[in-house]
Ligand binder design. Structure first.
Ligand code: SF4
Length: 168
């Protein structure tokens, strides 16, 4: 589902332009990325199209706000790139097959900025954040680079390499 969402291209459905795999960047957040889908809804007040980011998720809504921060970061990128306000976006959850709209409140924008700042602090110090393996990791597209099972065991790198060599 996620791979399909990242196929680039433009579609018009029910009068709404949908762009897939939209490249994003924000100087304010210091982030680049790609939106699964951005819909462009006609805004009668301004006569301009208003971007509406859509993020596809495998499962169901999470109890933490990590998905909300991700989508808010996309909105901040779109605002900076297109110089329009992006007040709302939505998630499409594969398990429930439902959309769940999200409003980008000031609190959420602040939290998103704080998360981006934390990320840059880690990069500046050359540190990798501690991760803890959990069930959600199995559906995460970063699992092959994050290696949460290996990292959360806190194994010495030499022991880890020896263990991998023994398994060859
Ligand atoms: S694989 Fe890493 S980035 Fe993905 S959910 Fe697990 S800990 Fe987080």
């Amino acid at each position: 589902m996620h791979d399909k969402a990242h196929d680039e291209g433009i579609k018009i459905r029910n009068g709404v332009r949908m762009e897939r795999g939209v490249p994003l960047c924000s100087a304010e957040l210091g982030l680049t990325g790609k939106a699964d889908v951005v819909e462009f809804h006609a805004d009668k007040l301004t006569g301009k199209d208003r971007p509406f980011p859509v993020e596809y998720k495998h499962g169901k809504p999470k109890t933490d706000d990590s998905d909300a921060v991700q989508l808010c970061a996309q909105a901040i990128c779109l605002e900076e790139m297109l110089r329009v306000s992006v007040p709302r976006g939505t998630f499409y959850y594969g398990k429930t097959r439902h959309r769940l709209d999200l409003e980008f409140t000031q609190d959420l924008r602040q939290k998103t900025k704080e998360v981006a700042d934390k990320l840059h602090a880690f990069i500046a110090k050359g540190q990798t954040p501690n991760v803890k393996y959990s069930k959600k990791c199995e559906a995460c597209s970063f699992i092959d680079v994050c290696l949460p099972k290996q990292v959360s065991r806190n194994v010495d790198v030499n022991d880890y390499i020896m263990e991998q060599l023994k398994n060859l």
